[in-house]
Design a protein around this ligand. Sequence first.
Ligand code: E4P
Length: 221
Amino acid sequence: MKLFVDTANLSEIQNVLETGTISGITTNPSLLAKEPKGDFFVHIEKIVNICRNSDNMPLSVEVFAKDAKNMYEQALEIYDRLEYSNLNIKIPIGYEEIKVVNLLANRGIDVNCTCCFTASQLELAALAGARYVSLFYNRLLDVQGNPLKVLRKTNKFIDTNDLNCEIIAGSIRKAYDVSSAWNSGAHIVTAGYKVITEMTKHYQTDNSVQGFLSDFEGWIE
Ligand code: E4P
């Protein structure tokens, strides 16, 4: 089970990498849109350089073309321009889109098939050759879905078929989502900087530390 950071913010990435808990980075167009306006490739190349200096960790970069044909062309352009061996291209799930997933996979380009909400979507993308398949955990909860059940079913499918594919649980909003997703079949959880910092907190931790310190201060001369 692995933790990725879900952000395009350079300082957040650098900061969270110092914890030693992160083994990958995911981005998407909305995350990029939160950054200062600039050139797409210039910004992504800065993230690629961070990855290169961090054991070549995997980086997901999403296409922003609107139809499958253009997604394929754009995926090739992104892959060729970034020249990063552990880059995976994010392609949203769809019937025409899984053909793109298959074309890219057959060219040896890793794909993260994203925007998935059902086991069928995740499983079909995995069969098409996706290296990663991404479930939108809280967006599914928003519409009364059951992401834990979806994770369990998909994990069993991938395991039974011995597919070289890992499930990423994204759309993570709370610290407890991370362990819930890991323990329900997500190989990877990708969480934002704030969620990752929240994972270290509990009010009883603060109480305990304060109690130790005040007891000790009463003892030491
Ligand atoms: C995965 O990388 C997804 O793009 C991301 O986690 C979506 O999160 P959101 O539902 O907060 O936009």
